[in-house]
Design a protein around this ligand. Structure first.
Ligand code: ATP
Ligand code: MG
Length: 566
């Protein structure tokens, strides 16, 4: 495995750039970043990478990283999303400086700066609708067409812009545009829109405004107002950088001019990391809400049992690059497994129960079966986790596929005449089966060796198999959700352009009537335990005795690397 023991962010091109700025005293040694999500959905694993980059780099250089909600579009934003963003960043382990910032905090200053640009002859009111404007923008090798309103005087523009703000014009009837260059090779600079008229009540500013700034107009200016030095974002904003710089260059900034640096988005195999696509899965009912354990939302991963530390370690391990690539989900799972191996308590659970009856199990003076209590380690990886008492008696549940009446080749688990170990308890030998009318085995009979207490025979004879079990009279009944990939294809949508075409119809299997040892009933909500031999399972935060399979035990990433000769 190329996984280091303590993954730490290695030197990358962004850190190198920050170091160079510090060496040249560009920002007087200050480093400030921000994480600027739009509150129009829940954060996903891709955002986790951006969070690790933004907060991680600020922390490395003794700087600050603000959380700034980009609430410039009142049509799609909701308070529910804003709160979830704060919760998720905090859950990942990053301290959010108080207060949480909002692009809307700067609406007044942005408006004043827009008037400044108008006064300087660098912005104008356009009466055309946005379709015409976008048509006239042209394209690569296709010249732009100047708006007939481009030559309005600053006085006329100022008057119209003030009346736009005052609510004199209908929604969509006018926009404010920057006056840059309609023939620029970069489309972003072909007189971009700065304000649109939209009568929608804003979450924070209410009905104060009926004009709202665009992302490009709000973003760099908000950075400058907050004192951001390094504005880190994903590669799709690269073509916006000249516009980012242009706006800042025209304005009387209160301090440093921030610098935008782009890095590659995180994508994972077998899933999608786009809020729009995730929203579609949720609204169309393909999954059960934003915290469905199959989703790569931080909510979903958390409910699935992914530890925050594993997500952060993974993000730091893959590092920051400028090449877009899709990482194996198996690699993320490998980080999850490693963290859970350290912290998860071991328990026994039988997912598909088959009754095992020990015919020679003793009864007490009243004729009731004896109950033997075994003291079992909670986590062999961590002695401090202590032990628990596990009951054992003559009627047990074992996993149905741990028994075969006619064992196929290489099947070493229980079959008639075969002796196996019941983990930590006794050696047992199957003797007989009971079948139902259809001929299905419904009960296995066996004898146990009273001399083999703890699981070893005094004569040292070997058995090939150790199986988990649960005492039938003590068992609790649980529901267990097994998950497979949400999409069958590594790159969902690559074939047809529509990710839903690659949806895995069997991504969830719900098992009811699972039998689990009594200690599992005490598992705290949200905690993850290891079911011996089966994998890691997260206790649902709301529904007692509902468990979600986080990951299996086998390290598929190690297997993939082996195949690739690493
Ligand atoms: P989506 O495409 O999922 O809607 P977005 O970019 O519109 O995502 P924002 O809320 O604008 O979502 O993102 C906030 C920050 O997170 C931005 O700086 C963005 O660059 C970053 N980000 C979003 N998705 C990813 C990703 N997959 N990998 C890394 N960073 C991301
Ligand atoms: Mg975005």
């Amino acid at each position: 495995m190329t996984q280091p023991d303590t993954p730490s962010p290695s030197e990358d091109f962004v850190r190198t750039a920050v170091r160079a700025d510090n060496a040249q005293d560009t920002f007087a040694g200050r480093v400030q970043t921000r994480f600027p999500p739009e509150p129009n959905g829940y954060l996903h694993i891709g955002h986790a990478k951006a969070i690790c980059v933004d907060f991680g780099i600020a922390a490395d250089f003794g700087g600050v990283c603000n959380l700034r909600l980009d609430d410039t579009n009142p049509d799609v934003e909701e308070t529910e999303f804003a709160q979830s963003i704060v919760d998720d960043v905090t859950w990942l382990g990053f301290a959010i400086p108080d207060p949480v910032r909002h692009a809307s905090d700067y609406f007044d200053q942005l408006y004043a700066w827009a008037e400044h640009l108008i006064g300087a002859g660098l912005a104008y009111v356009d009466d055309q609708d946005t379709e015409v404007i976008s048509e006239q923008r042209g394209g690569f090798g296709k010249p732009g067409i100047e708006s007939p309103y481009r030559t309005r005087t600053p006085e006329e523009n100022l008057d119209l812009f003030r009346r736009m703000r005052a609510g004199e014009f209908a929604d969509g009837s006018r926009v404010l545009r920057a006056k840059i260059d309609m023939q620029h090779e970069n489309m972003q600079l072909r007189d971009p829109i700065m304000y649109r008229i939209r009568r929608v009540t804003h979450d924070r500013t209410g009905d104060t405004w009926c004009i709202y700034p665009t992302y490009d107009w709000a973003h760099g200016q908000s950075d400058a107002l907050e004192g951001v030095t390094h504005s880190l974002c994903t590669l799709e904003f690269e073509s916006h950088r000249p516009l980012y710089d242009w706006y800042l260059a025209q304005l009387p900034l209160p301090g440093d001019t921030p610098r935008q640096i782009e890095f590659a988005r995180l994508e994972l195999t077998h899933t999608v990391t786009s809020k729009r696509r995730l929203a579609k899965l949720v609204t169309e009912g393909t999954v059960d809400g934003w915290d469905d354990p199959r989703l790569p939302t931080l909510r979903g991963l958390r409910r699935r049992g992914y530890p925050a530390a594993a997500i952060v370690d993974f993000c730091n391990f893959i590092g920051i690059t400028r090449t877009n690539s899709r990482h194996s989900i198996e690699m993320l799972e490998s980080f999850v497994r490693r963290e859970l191996n350290r912290v998860a308590l071991r328990r026994m659970a039988v997912l598909r129960p088959l009754k095992l009856v020990l015919d020679n199990w003793p009864t007490d003076a009243d004729g009731a079966p004896v109950v033997e209590w075994f003291e079992v380690a909670n986590n062999p990886e961590n002695e401090a986790d202590g032990t628990r008492r596990v009951p054992f008696t003559g009627e047990l549940w074992i996993e149905a596929d741990d028994f075969a009446e006619v064992p196929p080749p290489k099947f070493f688990r229980l079959s008639p005449g075969r002796e196996v170990r019941l983990r930590g308890a006794f050696l047992v030998t199957a003797t007989d089966v009971v079948k139902d009318a259809e001929g299905t085995v419904v009960e296995v009979h066996a004898t146990y060796d009273p001399e083999s207490k703890g699981g070893t025979a005094p004569d040292g004879r070997k058995v090939k198999s150790t199986m988990h079990w649960v005492s039938a009279p003590h068992a609790q009944t649980a529901t267990v959700a097994l998950y497979d990939r949400l999409f069958t294809a590594e790159a969902p949508g690559e074939r047809t352009g529509e990710p839903l075409d690659d949806l895995n119809p069997d991504s969830q299997e719900i098992l009811t009537g699972c039998r689990v040892e009594p200690a599992l009933g005490e598992t705290p909500p949200g905690a993850v335990v290891q079911f011996e031999r089966l994998g890691y399972f997260a206790h649902d935060p709301r529904t007692p005795l509902l468990f979600h399979r986080t990951v299996g035990l086998r390290d598929e990433w190690a297997a993939i690397q082996k195949r690739q000769g690493k």
